[in-house]
Design a protein around this ligand. Structure first.
Ligand SMILES: Nc1ncnc2c1ncn2[C@@H]1O[C@H](COP(=O)(O)OP(=O)(O)OP(=O)(O)O)[C@@H](O)[C@H]1O
Ligand SMILES: [Mg+2]
Length: 386
């Protein structure tokens, strides 16, 4: 007897949020049937719930085939709910949204989550670089078709932005400030006129591509690279700015780091064995060095590199993988100073000395006050001298 063979999706290193959270998105669409802005998949409130998590279990008013009756939507972005609400309102008003902040504060992640929830895809993306051209924001041509048929709508290759315009979707522009000013300027006219002229198709109905209702842009910009200050005033005016800061709450940051490190290990099919005290000192050290002040109020010399949550996540994941693949070899805490040095020493060699002075001040004082974990770290000071 023939049986239907389901072709499994090929394995991917990273699933986009619209695939990873497909059930949550479908559930939220059924759960909140309130009014939606044009072309939106979810209500604005459901978009916020998707990003921030529902906390409690949600129950569908009636059963929907293929969906669970109840679901707790997981928290994804850790931070200010009011900020996420403002982002959603900006998008609902079809205004451009610019997420700015230090590296590693989840700007890209937030923009992907918002795009996936609003229009069902986070994939309409242009990566801003010094080499980004205006064509990459507008359209190009399929030259074989162009030569065979001459300019026609069929031979036109839309950019992700143009696709978002025609479908009423959300296009994402990563690191917009890295684009050259003249390329950034292409966005000004696009955001004000909401159409792209195709001069090659002059005289036909396709000479102008108009944005469908719902179309908008989310751009991200990193404060450490070419600054937002270099954006033209005209472009700035067309975006609502939201600054994404580092995670304020110590415990929330530990919980996030734990969740992500666990996920990294679970992907390999091995067990997660890192003790919470290790994560706690890791996150504490990152926060001390990031803010220049310890929880006890001691002044700390800050390295010039960014010690972001994203880096705390990757160090925690490395420690967790080391514990999984080399069990019993060595206490993972022993690996922490080396990893911290790797993160801190990226830009300025003097940052290694700053880390050492952190050890001589904060780590030593905590070791003297009796915490075994900090004492172990203090004993590992030698790793940082070199
Ligand atoms: N507030 C946060 N909530 C959830 N995850 C966070 C948060 N801050 C950092 N992270 C972690 O950091 C990772 C990297 O974030 P992302 O790449 O989106 O940062 P970014 O701000 O775009 O950085 P860059 O400026 O370098 O592009 C996320 O995948 C997540 O693991
Ligand atoms: Mg980014």
């Amino acid at each position: 007897m023939a049986t239907a063979v389901e072709t499994p999706l090929p394995a991917r290193q990273i699933q986009p949020p619209e695939d990873l959270f497909a059930t949550e998105l479908a559930f939220l669409a059924a759960y909140d049937s309130g009014p939606r802005p044009p072309a939106w998949r979810l209500t604005p409130r459901a978009v916020v719930t998707f990003v921030m998590g529902s906390g409690d279990e949600l129950k569908l008013p009636e059963a929907v085939p293929g969906l669970p009756r109840t679901l707790t939507v997981g928290a994804k972005f850790v931070g200010d709910r009011a900020l996420v609400e403002r982002c959603v309102v900006t998008l609902a008003g079809e205004r451009g949204l610019l997420l700015v902040g230090e590296p590693g504060t989840a700007k890209s992640m937030l923009s992907e989550l918002l795009a996936a929830a609003v229009c069902g895809t986070s994939g309409l993306t242009v990566q801003g670089t010094a080499g980004t051209t205006e064509d990459q924001l507008k359209y190009g041509w399929n030259y074989a078709l162009l030569l065979a048929q001459g300019p026609s709508r069929g031979a036109l290759v839309p950019s992700p932005v143009l696709t978002a315009m025609t479908t009423g979707g959300v296009a994402r522009i990563e690191e917009v400030t890295r684009c050259l000013p003249e390329v950034q300027d292409a966005l000004v006219s696009l955001l004000s006129e909401r159409r792209i002229a195709v001069p090659e198709l002059a005289g036909s109905a396709d000479a102008q591509v108009h944005a469908a209702p719902g179309f908008t842009l989310i751009a991200t910009a990193n404060l450490r690279d070419r600054g937002v200050s270099e954006m033209s005033a005209a472009l700035k005016r067309r975006f609502n700015f939201e600054t994404v800061g580092p995670i304020g709450d110590h415990d929330a940051e530990i919980a996030l780091v734990r969740r992500q490190a666990k996920a990294a290990v679970e992907r390999t099919g091995t067990a997660y064995t890192v003790d919470d005290t290790v994560l706690e000192v890791l996150v504490t050290a990152f926060r001390d060095l990031r803010t220049g002040r310890s929880a006890e109020g001691w002044e700390i010399e800050r390295p010039s590199t960014v010690l972001s949550t994203a880096e705390a996540v990757s160090v925690a994941s490395s420690l967790a993988l080391a514990a999984a693949y080399f069990p019993g070899d060595r206490d993972v805490l022993g690996l922490l100073p080396g990893h911290l040095l790797g993160v801190a020493k990226k830009d300025d060699p003097a940052d290694a000395d700053r880390l050492l002075s952190y050890w001589d001040a904060a780590v030593r004082r905590r070791a003297e006050h009796g915490s075994a974990t900090w004492r172990t770290l203090w004993d590992l000071r030698g790793v940082l001298e070199g």
